[in-house]
Each structure stands twice: as C-alpha cells, then as structure tokens.
Design a protein around this ligand. Structure first.
Ligand code: GTP
Ligand code: MG
Length: 325
C-alpha cells in the first residue's frame, strides 16, 4: 500500500496537516478511525470540515466498509506462522503463532510470558523454511523487562543457520525496535507510532511482522483503581486493542500481548484467576494462552479459546538457550 499524505485529504492544507500531526494524528489511518469531535479539537476546523476529512481518510485508508468473503479468504491466504521453538507448543497452535491475529499470553509472574515474547522476537526474523517470516519485531515494553542479553543467549540456541550463513546476535537486535511505555496513554501513542514505523519498513528487506506489548494491561491496572473507573478503563483498553488488531490486519503481523494474573485475591478486579482486562481482551484476542509453571524449567501452555483449534495443553521448557520442548 502506498503511503498517503495527510495533505492529500480533502479539506487538509499544510497548516491543518501540521496541527493534526502535532495532536498525534500522524497517518491517514489514524484519522479514518477518529471522531469529528476529536478532529475539531485537534485541528481547529469546523464540524463539517472534520466530517469531510474523515470521510476522505476512510476512503483513502479503505476502512469501515464491508468486505466480501472471497476477499477475506484472499487475505487469510497471506497468514504466516511463527514457530515457538517448541514442537508441542507449535502443535497446540496448529503450527505456530499466526499473523493477522492477537495472541494473548496470560499467567502469573514468572510463568514465562516475557520469555516467550523474547523468543518470538527472534524467531520471526528467521527465514520461512525455518519457521520465521523474515520480518522485524517491535516491542512496547511497559515493565522494562526487555533484555538484549537474553536475546543474544537465545540466538545461540537457534537451530543451525542456512548454508553459508551464521546467526549474529547483533543482527537480530538490529531488527527489534523497543520503546518503553511510561503510562497507558503513552502506550496507546506508541501503538500508533508503531504503525508509522511499520509503514516505513513495509517495502524493506524485513517488514514488521510482530508487535509485542508486554504487558498490555499493567498500566491500565495501576492507573484505574476502584470500581468507579472500570468502564473508563475498559473503553480505553478496548480502543487500544482495536488499534492493535488494525495493525495486525494492515501489516499482516502477529500481535503478542501479555497479561498478568494475580495469585493473590484481588478485590478490585474480581476473580483472581481471571486475567486482567476481562471480557474486552477476551473478545478481541484471537488466541488466548494460559501459561503456568511446572517442575523446574517446564511450563504448561493451555489454549483457552481459538476460532478454529481445539482447546488443549502443551508442555515446553524455558532453558538458558531459549524455548525448547
Ligand atoms: P511477569 O512479567 O512478572 O508477570 O512474569 P513473566 O510471565 O513475564 O515471566 P518471565 O517470562 O520473565 O519468566 C521468568 C522465568 O523465566 C524465570 O523465573 C526463569 O524460570 C525463566 N528464565 C528467565 N531467564 C532465564 C534464563 O536466562 N535461563 C533460564 N534457564 N531460565 C530463565
Ligand atoms: Mg514479564
């Protein structure tokens, strides 16, 4: 898809484009899903102009309409799968983690969510014959748990590189873009900037095929405390998840999000064994995986609900050299 400029939209001159960008509306897609009120505030235009701009953006971005089944099938044919490095985990997922979907990993602290995310950021870069997608990874890190050293360790555990090549940890790190999110608003903004980054890399050697948000719920959970704020929180989280789903569709990318469940009873968020985010996340995530610790390095992944796969469990290990069977 060619990059479209805000200036090409009807009703948008250079000054309006500038104001829109300043307010965070960096792409035609972002405008396409905005409300007129938001644009009125952001660009100091009238209600009618705002509506015209949005209509133009929707047309340009090709969003908001119905799509016929055959076109959806066409798009589904492009779905790629990324290996987890564990045969049993892959089998549970019908081959690996799929692009054009959101995979939610939920589980207690130490259950391995961040480890799986690190492994996938590596694996997505491998060639297709090896279970990768020859793509780049983007990580929105809300808990400051991304560790380049861990990537280097895991690269050592990869199967041998194709003839005449070698795996260089630095090269893998070059194709992982990481941003720290300091609060939930920042996290939402970063998801939008990730869209720009993906657009830039779309025609490159390694287009973005994986977006990780680790953790997707922690900031929301910390900031919206008490029952009175629940609706607000769910609404924002819902918008964020829809941004992520759009990212998945537009870039043929896999979205991997993590979500912690507490072992302690949690009065604000109801059932302690249920993931934070409740139904909003449940209905948006296309694959939900519940991770739990077993003996030593062993971890158990349970597929909770998926559109086309049976529920089940897989056992894998988190070793020094990454995920293994
Ligand atoms: P929270 O983010 O706290 O909710 O936990 P998480 O689910 O993200 O857990 P994480 O993926 O960080 O898993 C931590 C666990 O992974 C540790 O307790 C170790 O068991 C394992 N682990 C982490 N690093 C290494 C390593 O270098 N070698 C080995 N063998 N295991 C590791
Ligand atoms: Mg973690």
């Amino acid at each position: 898809m060619a990059t479209k400029l805000l200036e090409d939209l009807p009703g948008v001159g250079p000054a309006t484009a500038e104001k829109l960008r300043e307010a965070g509306f960096n792409t035609v897609e972002a405008i396409a899903v905005a409300s007129p009120g938001e644009l009125v505030a952001a660009a100091e235009v009238g209600e009618a102009t705002a509506a015209k701009i949005i209509a133009g953006a929707r047309e340009a971005a090709d969003v908001g309409g119905f799509e016929t089944g055959d076109r959806i099938l066409e798009r589904r044919k492009l779905v790629g799968k990324v290996t987890t490095s564990s045969k049993s985990f892959n089998e549970l997922l019908g081959g690996g983690m799929e692009t054009q979907s959101i995979v939610e990993l939920y589980g207690e602290f130490g259950s391995g969510k961040t480890q799986v995310a690190h492994q996938l950021a590596i694996n997505v870069q491998m060639p297709r014959e090896m279970g990768g997608l020859n793509g780049s990874a983007v990580i929105i890190d809300t808990e400051n748990t991304f560790r380049p050293e861990r990537i280097a360790q895991m690269v050592k555990g990869l199967p041998p590189a194709p003839e005449g090549q070698s795996w260089e940890p630095d090269e893998f790190l070059e194709h992982i873009s990481v941003a720290r999110a300091f609060n939930s608003n920042h996290q939402i903004l970063l998801a939008e900037s990730a869209m720009d980054l993906a657009e830039k890399l779309r025609d490159s050697e390694k287009p973005v095929r994986l977006l990780i948000v680790d953790s997707v719920t922690a900031h929301f959970r910390a900031e919206y405390i008490g029952r009175g704020t629940l609706a607000d929180r769910q609404q924002k989280l819902n918008k964020h998840l829809h941004d992520l789903m759009r990212f998945a569709d537009l870039n043929n990318a896999l979205i991997l999000v993590t979500n912690q469940v507490m072992s302690k009873p949690d009065t604000f968020f109801g059932d302690p064994t249920k993931p934070v985010g409740g139904h909003v996340l449940g209905h948006t995530a296309t694959f939900r995986l519940y991770l739990r610790k077993s003996k030593g390095e062993k971890r158990i992944a349970r597929l909770v609900d998926s559109p086309n796969l049976p529920d089940g469990e897989a056992v894998f290990s988190v070793t020094m050299e990454g995920l293994k069977d």
